[in-house]
Design a protein around this ligand. Sequence first.
Ligand code: NAD
Length: 263
Amino acid sequence: MTDAPLRLCVLGPGGRMGAQVLALAAADPGFAIAAAIDRPGADVIGTEVAPGVVAGDDLAAGLAGADVYIDFTSPAATAAAAQAAAEHGVGAVVGTTGLDDAATAALDALSARAPVLVAPNFSLGVNLLFALAETAARALGDGFDLEVVEMHHKRKRDAPSGTAIALAQALARGRGVDYDQAHRYAREGDIGARPAGEVGVATVRGGDIIGEHTAYLIGELERIELTHRAASRSIFAAGALRAARWLRGRTPGHYAMRDLLGL
Ligand code: NAD
């Protein structure tokens, strides 16, 4: 017996990522686009964003007809969507980064009612990079200094990127240090000698860079650099759709890309 198509509500159809998700979902018979919802007043409202799908702004109605929603928007929109989804028990695939406490609390509440997968990066390669970085930090030990550099396009609003933070957390786990104590996002002026357990994260912004992340493990006479470069946003959209399909039938709770990928 074939499963019925998974009914999706795609948030942010007017955005860079929302458009990619819609394009891939529309071409895949495993998905039915139940709704595409942007913020009231957005230019995209009332336009056809996929064959037969007109973008709207009624979040509750859009979620009511969906099995899973996909969210690449903003932290405030993430909180509102999670609250509305809890009323209908709709599963969530969330790629929005820079989430604040309100968004995190709303997703926690939703996870009691429906399966929720939040990922700062949906690419297979980046999720493998997290695992490689953790392994490398564990293997190399205290003699190596840990740094992350991330580069993105000039319109990206949050810094450091959610992916850079997750990568730095992976390095900290490998080293066995508490990330909250160890991370350092900025250096300026007379900063003194580098503390041994520090995990530094530096941000570069410019042009149209889709996303580049490097984990540096820097020793006295040698250095390891683990880099991922994204060449198209479609890799994130494809990963989010894979996550949506994987969530089908799961029990309520929080899931991560490493669960899906078996990493
Ligand atoms: P964007 O600015 O191009 O698009 C955001 C869209 O969300 C816009 O259409 C905007 O109108 C819409 N929006 C805002 N408020 C809304 C609301 N209340 N309801 C519905 N829609 C609303 O941004 P983008 O480049 O597509 O990125 C979006 C987010 O996804 C960012 O946080 C970015 O960091 C993140 N991102 C994550 C991944 C990943 O793999 N997890 C990959 C790329 C980008």
